[in-house]
Design a protein around this ligand. Structure first.
Ligand SMILES: NC(=O)c1ccc[n+]([C@@H]2O[C@H](COP(=O)([O-])OP(=O)(O)OC[C@H]3O[C@@H](n4cnc5c(N)ncnc54)[C@H](OP(=O)(O)O)[C@@H]3O)[C@@H](O)[C@H]2O)c1
Length: 265
């Protein structure tokens, strides 16, 4: 299989690294030159990675083309390109809908959207697809887990949840800062919290049939320290703040779906 990537940034590096470390039969991966550092690193790491001269060369030489540019660059990059009718295309670009992308591509293509996470590089990822695409599933499944959204609203809900990554590290940052204010050195607070959260993520993954509510109860002795912290967090509006953030991102994605073609920023 010949794959191509237009836009060689953080997520392309993660996906390509994960794919090359899998057993999937890939004869060639063509990437665009920008970012030069990343494309050079990928090409130096595998003779299956080729740096193409242009985005059109990627389209011409790939059976499946991944779009991995930033949303604000997409129109300028996509409109001059000539795709073949029915070409298989996977957009990793946040917020841009099928309708908008198809309008800029201007040739009917077989398009699906995906949200891989950087951890696909180490095969710990979970990738959301919309709509379900058997070849997309075959490519992303070895890089972790795959879920397919049934509707664009579901896809946006997964995309919203994926925006929790920054908040996750923000929680760690706050807790680590608090520990440092009590005299613990940053390396120790960070190492401790990373270990605690790694164990919790493993527990959740190994008990995937157990609800988070039950896991929280299981990790909170009644009237114990964990229960106390969650009570104070709830009374201070922590869960409500989280829901407000999720609603706000979901509204942004819903608004992006309503913007007529040509008015996308
Ligand atoms: N990072 C994530 O976790 C993640 C996850 C899922 C989806 N996504 C989506 O994937 C897309 C890329 O995200 P990213 O985090 O990988 O961003 P990024 O690191 O900024 O990568 C985008 C790349 O596109 C290159 N580029 C800009 N203009 C170009 C052009 N005209 N032709 C070819 N390449 C061009 C940029 O090069 P320069 O640096 O030289 O400008 C950069 O290397 C975004 O739409 C994002 O929403 C990201």
């Amino acid at each position: 299989m010949r794959l191509g990537f237009i836009g060689t940034g953080v997520i392309t590096e993660a996906v390509v690294t994960g794919l090359l470390a899998s057993d999937i039969e890939i004869s060639e991966i063509c990437v665009t030159e920008r970012n030069q550092t990343i494309s050079a690193r990928l090409a130096a790491g595998s003779d299956r990675v080729q740096i193409c001269k242009s985005a059109q060369a990627v389209v011409d030489s790939s059976e499946l083309v991944f779009l991995a540019i930033r949303p604000q660059d997409a129109q300028d990059v996509l409109t001059p390109l000539l795709f073949s009718q029915g070409q298989h295309v996977c957009s990793l670009i946040a917020t841009l809908t099928h309708e908008v992308l198809q309008g800029w591509i201007n040739t009917p293509v077989r398009l699906f959207r995906a949200i891989p996470l950087p951890s696909v590089a180490r095969h710990y990822g979970v990738t959301v697809l919309f709509p379900h695409d058997p070849q997309g599933e075959a490519l992303f499944a070895p890089l972790g887990r795959v879920v397919s959204a049934g509707t664009v609203e579901e896809f946006d809900a997964f995309a919203t949840a994926s925006a929790l990554m920054g908040t996750y590290f923000g929680v760690m940052e706050t807790a680590s800062g608090w520990m440092q204010s009590k005299g613990i050195v940053q390396q120790d607070s960070q190492g401790y919290l990373s270990g605690v959260f790694l164990g919790l993520a493993q527990a959740a993954s190994e008990n995937s049939n157990t609800s988070f509510e039950t896991l929280r109860a299981d990790h909170s002795t009644p009237a114990g320290l964990n229960a106390q912290l969650y009570d104070v967090f709830s009374e201070a509006g922590g869960p409500d703040a989280l829901k407000a953030g999720l609603d706000s991102v979901m509204r942004r994605l819903a608004k992006a779906r309503m913007i007529p073609l040509g008015e996308v920023e």
